[in-house]
Write a protein that binds this ligand. Sequence first.
Ligand SMILES: [Zn+2]
Length: 175
Amino acid sequence: MEPPKRFDRFRDVQEELGRSGAAIFRDANGVESLVIKFPYSTDYIHSYAEDSPFFLGLAQGKLLGTRCTDRRCNFRYATPRAHCMVCGKPTEWVELPKVGRVHSWTTCHYGSEAFLAETPYNLALIEFDGSNSVLLARLRDCVESEIYVGMPVKACFSPTPKYSITDVWFVPDRR
Ligand SMILES: [Zn+2]
């Protein structure tokens, strides 16, 4: 069997991997690394447990938060919590408005696999009337220079839900 071919440019290594599945990359210091390519997949089983209603809600076009069952406390969570972080009492589910405002935001130039196709993308903390905490979500259909603190936004829900946080995102509410 022929030994793998050597390359100084990683782009050439990638092309060779597509052909033979193995190549040697020689870096700027002369270090030679054997690089291989093979298919890889896995089935991932995950329980949402107490968070389940949030993801079931997204699939029905609903944003669910929670609120403290102690009416004297009444802390309201836009990011659901099973127990109140203020007083420790259990919470109950409440539906959030589908409109909110940008509390803060950032542009991500690196994304995990689910977001690679839309990277760079904007992530925003969304605040809602009646909530004491914020929700982290993608902000789409706008460019970074258009975004400002207090910007009105509305929720969009995936027509093909996957019971994932990617089932919801926000867009500018240009009413
Ligand atoms: Zn509480």
